[in-house]
Design a protein around this ligand. Structure first.
Ligand code: CA
Length: 229
């Protein structure tokens, strides 16, 4: 399955809460992965590489605070936004005081609408195209809601894979993406695709971007991968 939708890892031990949240997150168009305890949560972070984590504080096994602290000290996971759920506002104060590095806090009982808004808010920061934002890079404009791409105001025709590739590049101009990282982000982890497939689609994307003229904005970084600009 191609990874159009952001993946939310939901870590919550109470089945009723889990069900409500999972239902609402899916209704928002997110892929939802679930962990019911701290140890499973840590394993799943490695496995599913979520775009965001909704993390309950009180869990059996490793606590939410400890999970958050660990994730925020590792370079591979520290950029994943964490929204922490806790039972009382005094607890939130304590969690803050412990400097877990959580990106946001929500107090139970929370309004589901509010929590959804906060999830979108964090995603907007890390994956703008996944929440329907318009991205621009020099003369290229990508509208994630309508799937329209223009360059110098002229419409470009991109296949779905080229669109996702371009969105990935435009979220972080200048960042060098390895073929493996692009495979994970654009094709998803569940399917097997040869890394040369990436080169084929990069070639198509380049061609599409330059169809009305203009320089090739994509850069091949020898031995490393590709970057925009
Ligand atoms: Ca709990």
């Amino acid at each position: 399955m191609a990874k159009d939708h952001p993946t939310v890892l939901l870590v919550e031990d109470e089945p009723a809460q889990r069900e409500v949240l999972s239902y609402n997150l899916q209704a928002e168009g997110f892929d939802v992965e679930i962990a019911a305890d701290g140890d499973t949560a840590l394993l799943m972070v490695q496995e599913v590489q979520p775009d965001i984590i909704v993390l309950d504080w009180m869990l059996p096994g490793i606590s939410g605070i400890e999970i958050c602290r660990r994730l925020k000290t590792r370079s591979e996971t520290q950029k994943i936004p964490v929204i922490m759920l806790s039972a009382r506002s005094e607890e939130v104060d304590r969690v803050r005081g412990l400097e877990t590095g959580a990106d946001d806090y929500v107090v139970k009982p929370y309004s589901v609408m509010e929590l959804m808004a906060r999830v979108r808010n964090q995603l907007r920061r890390v994956r703008p195209s996944s929440v329907g934002q318009t991205l621009t890079y020099e003369d290229i404009m990508l509208d994630a809601e309508t799937h329209r791409v223009t360059r110098n105001d002229a419409a470009l025709r991109l296949g779905p894979t080229e669109f996702r590739l371009l969105a990935t590049f435009m979220e972080k101009p200048g960042r060098v993406w390895s073929r493996e990282q692009l495979l994970d982000r654009v094709w998803g982890r569940d399917i097997y695709v040869d890394s040369r497939t990436v080169d084929v689609h990069i070639g198509r994307l380049r061609k599409a971007l330059c169809v009305h003229g203009g320089d090739d904005p994509l850069r091949t970084v020898r031995g490393a991968g590709y970057a925009l600009g």
